[in-house]
Design a protein around this ligand. Structure first.
Ligand code: SF4
Length: 554
């Protein structure tokens, strides 16, 4: 013991004979660590979380909230898209000090996975009807192309699943340490400049692997993106396939791994391989297999795939993927071309079949069951049977005859969806925040709405693209670090010396190519924090300074 006593480092002779410490295991299954090293791992090992659905249907839905086993409630329920929501009236200052059961309500948040963001109007009607009947008319468009409800009662879950599944929708693995929704281009299959529609690969992954117990116990969540166009935030996903044309082999996909934000943000790394469409599901499963077997399970905050990729590097990751999981070499491939601007599909665009799609914005993704029902009516009245959700909390109506687009834009405007939004509405996103999220420190949705309204009033003609992402805590669900103005919720001391809600400001982040720059995280100018009350004024000042100082063409 004396040899490693830090109180005696000054003795050089002792330093030279110090016994090297055995590296501490990270809980990797592939290295033999099968005994759970924390409570989350224990819950998953004791019973596969997918099994909890039977208990919900057969026991909890009949016996009510009080009958729910706490390990199911706060652990396994997430595999079916269910989280308890925050009890009303608990301020952000108490988030870190209260026990989970003191923070939670008897109602649930429920996430519906809509892989690739693709919805038929018939599905949209069911989503809307569930909102009105079971979720107090709540429905948020998330930045992962999900629909999120609130106020769900456990008693209603069997009927909600029955209705969703009757139209081919599901909540399976919408949350939890498993393969979450697969992001896809909102214009897959219709875009003029798309060479391959990757929807068959997304469908195959969902069909084969979602709900498969081989992949239902991962170290943490696993986020995927598969798109020909660079119109998803691919760099922030655990795995991303981006469209690329190989000079010899033709169109296929460029593979990236290890992206993720939260408190230790990292951008995904290219493996330098080219994957044809039909191989995407197998390669995807190989990467998930590496994560399952080699991912770090000791500490939750080091369990995302990005930590393994950062430690191994792209070359070793590729080697393990090829040798241990695929049993063959992958072809080298070129890098995908990045667009000059973030593509959000707002406005009117021509499809490859000559019809049009129209992208429109609610404010910070907040809609309702009533609005979605009216959206279904409006879409159908304009000849459309399909709607798409975007990873920017916006939505698209597809297949509109070109001579009906102006009428559609007018009808969307009447229900609160703008196809010609201000820069502020277009670029704003907000996470769930204090209203419903148990981890939140500050309110986000209402503040986002207030911010957009104020900026539209004061700077209506602001003509630059700008993204503003409001987050209720450091978890960065609304991608704090990759916005022009990223806002991380925290408590701070107000002018009168009392604790108030506020935000740490990140400036100048972006995805893909933004204004000619490659993706990067925003800077945190030292000490730059703003109280929530002063936020509109702060953003307005920043925008005015930018307008006064920008160069020609900027
Ligand atoms: Fe909740 Fe924090 Fe995520 Fe917002 S960023 S939804 S407050 S966990």
């Amino acid at each position: 013991m004396a040899l490693s006593n830090p109180a005696r480092p000054e003795d050089p002779t002792l330093r030279s004979v110090r016994v090297p410490r055995r590296p501490r295991g990270e809980g990797q299954w592939a290295l033999g660590y099968h005994e759970p090293l924390n409570v989350n791992e224990r819950i998953k090992k004791d019973d596969d979380p997918l099994n909890v659905r039977a208990r919900i249907e057969n026991i909890y839905a009949h016996q009510g909230f009080a009958s729910i086993d706490p390990q199911d409630l706060r652990g396994r329920f997430r595999w079916w898209g269910l989280y308890t929501q925050r009890k009303a009236g608990i301020d952000g200052g108490r988030t870190a000090v209260l026990e989970p059961h003191e923070l939670e309500d008897e109602f649930f948040m429920l996430r519906v996975r809509i892989d690739g963001g693709q919805l038929s109007v018939a599905q949209l009607r069911v989503v809307a009807e569930i909102s009105r009947e079971f979720a107090r008319d709540t429905a948020d468009l998330t930045d992962r192309q999900n629909i999120q409800y609130h106020w769900i009662r456990i008693e209603d879950m069997p009927e909600i699943w029955r209705r969703l599944e009757s139209v081919g929708l599901q909540t399976t693995e919408a949350c939890g340490d498993c393969p979450r929704i697969v992001l896809g281009s909102p214009v897959a299959g219709v875009a003029r400049d798309e060479v391959i529609d990757p929807t068959p690969a997304i469908d195959e992954i969902v069909r084969r692997y979602v709900g498969d117990k081989q992949y239902s116990n991962l170290p943490r969540k696993f986020k995927s993106s598969i798109s020909w166009l660079v119109d998803t935030p691919y760099e922030t996903n655990d795995i991303a396939f981006l469209g690329v044309v190989h000079p010899e082999h033709g169109p296929g996909f460029d593979l990236w791994v290890g992206g993720g934000l939260s408190t230790n943000p990292m951008l995904a790394q290219r493996l330098g391989v080219w994957v044809p469409l039909h191989e995407v599901p197998d390669v995807w499963a190989g990467v998930v297999g590496i994560f399952r077997d080699y991912g770090y399970r000791r500490l939750r905050h080091r369990a995302r795939l990005k930590f393994l990729v950062a430690d191994w590097g792209a070359a070793k990751f590729r080697e393990v993927l090829e040798q241990e999981y695929l049993g063959r070499a992958l072809r080298d491939g070129p890098s995908a071309e990045l667009p000059a601007q973030q593509i959000d599909h707002i406005g009117v665009h021509e499809q490859r079949d000559g019809r049009s799609y129209v992208g429109a914005a609610a404010v910070v993704g907040r809609v309702s069951g009533e609005l979605l029902t009216r959206l279904a009516d409006v879409a159908e009245a304009h000849g459309s049977g399909r709607v798409r959700l975007t990873p920017y909390q916006k939505l698209l109506v597809l297949d509109v005859p070109p001579d009906r687009t102006e009428s559609l834009i007018g009808a969307l405007g009447e229900i609160g969806l703008s196809a010609r939004p201000s820069a502020w509405r277009r670029g704003a996103m907000a996470c769930t925040g204090l209203e419903f999220c148990k981890l939140a420190i500050v309110e986000t949705k209402a503040r986002g709405e207030e911010l957009v309204a104020r900026l539209e009033e004061r700077l209506r003609d602001f003509d630059a693209d700008i993204t503003i992402h409001l987050n209720g805590c450091p978890n960065a669900c609304a991608r704090t670090q990759v916005a022009d103005i990223g806002l991380k919720g925290q408590l701070m001391v107000g002018e009168d010396g009392r604790q108030v809600e506020g935000f740490q400001v990140h400036l100048g982040g972006g995805l893909g190519m933004t204004q000619g720059r490659a993706a990067g995280f925003g800077r945190k100018p030292r000490g730059l924090k703003v109280t929530a009350a002063r936020l509109p004024e702060y953003v307005e000042q920043l925008a005015r300074r930018y307008l006064a100082g920008r160069t020609d063409g900027e």
